[in-house]
Design a protein around this ligand. Sequence first.
Ligand SMILES: [Zn+2]
Length: 62
Amino acid sequence: MSFQDKSLQCSDCGQEFIFTAGEQEFYSSRGLQNEPKRCPQCRRARKAQRSGSGGDNYTSRY
Ligand SMILES: [Zn+2]
């Protein structure tokens, strides 16, 4: 199975971003079925926010 770059829209900032073939492969290898909803920048921002607020546990799964 081969993957192709795909353009998605970020649900946070509304900007289009590319869900690359490599990322799709990575997602699929991890058994993740959902496409990312946010662009890399917003994902990073959220991650930084979360890790900045203390505990690193998986308490905020959704
Ligand atoms: Zn975004």
